[in-house]
Design a protein around this ligand. Sequence first.
Ligand SMILES: [Zn+2]
Length: 471
Amino acid sequence: MTIRPLAAAIMLATAQGASAEDSAPPVTIDIVESDAGEWTVTYNFVEPQRALVLSQAPVVYREWQPLSDGVSMWRIGQMEGFVFDEPGTSATFRFTPHTGNLPAAYTPFLPFSDGSFGVLTGQFRVKPLANLDDATRFDGTGEDWAEPVLESSVSLSSPRRGDAYVGRPSGVDGTYIFVGDSEPIEGANFAGYVDDGLPTWLVESFDSDLGVIFTELADGWGIELAEPARILMVFRGYETEGLSLGGGAIGRLLSLEMGGADLREPIPEIRTYVRWFLAHEAAHVFQQERGNIRALFAGEGGAWVHEGSANTFSHNIGAKLADDPEAFLFEVYGEAYRDCLAHLEDAPLSRASEMQNFRASYACGDLIALATDAALPEHNLYNVWRALQAASEDADESDRVSLYFRVLRELGATETDIAILRQFATEQPEDAQSFLIDTMAHFGLPLTLDDENQFVSLKLRSEADMLALFE
Ligand SMILES: [Zn+2]
């Protein structure tokens, strides 16, 4: 890896949309780290405000202390925000960076071992609230609050080195801004910051691993990324049991978190899983590279569309990088079968996110993606994503599941196959185990169980049948 030092000691970044150039956005948000390491955030509104909803994440988690007179924090149910005694235009808060993981949301502050941070600008986003009584009658989360996020410009200043990585500019999550003293790394396909607490045995192959991963995905998609992917990778320590991996992709920006006791010593299987994890998140970068992001990723009930195929792509790449591909695929597809079965015994796949049963979207979505690949004349799941991205441009923002099946029809899937896959995605089968076995068999992907109904094998069809799994 080559090291590329940055010159800036103080960083100012505009992290939200391009339209901010034309006129002042309704709110400017200034995040400041003082010389003493204290954090404050100041909001300046163009129009006087009564109350605001802080809308990142479907939970309340902030510990903010108002420094302005006549401003107080409020929490109602799963919503939090702040309120002015009299309509006001400016409010400042002192806060402690929240470094914990949140359910179904980006981590607000990514903590590096050396004290550096990735700061998520989206955690400061606000939605207007005209009347606090409306919120007391509202049963949802800040994310669900119907008012649109106020367009903002965000700046961050710190006495430390900083670097702004612009993610999806129009996205409400904003981007991560790096603040700290670490040096960035730069590879052929990526640039960013890797926690120096991560074990050397793991980090040493990142450059070549990421090279393989991004090349595979670029070849499959038939596109090059307009810019290298940006990476912020933090180490969560050895304390937790096993291996824990988490992260997300905001446009071309990847936030990656790794930790657990299994990282202490070099273990080939762990290295394989970490590569798979990098490939999964990198697949999201390509999924977001083109098309209408809202139509492809927003809305309830369809997380399987992007999570499932990201798993299928990354399992394929993970197998190519694994010392023992068959053992790896046996593990990941055994898990996909078990997780999908467990959910379908309870509920239809379309309710997975709402039930916070996130594993089901990955697992069932993965099996749907395999079946999709098998159902198409060309057996190419990348074609599905290219077509999805093209079709999303003029698509309704709320129905990616319909979009998916529309695209399958365009690509030559039969009505029978589409009906089976639609049933998989939207209905709870009477007998989930039989449904999964019959469905996979129908698509030429036989799934076998032993006498005790434990997963034995899944014969994969992609990659020219080269990866058949046996006991
Ligand atoms: Zn994912």
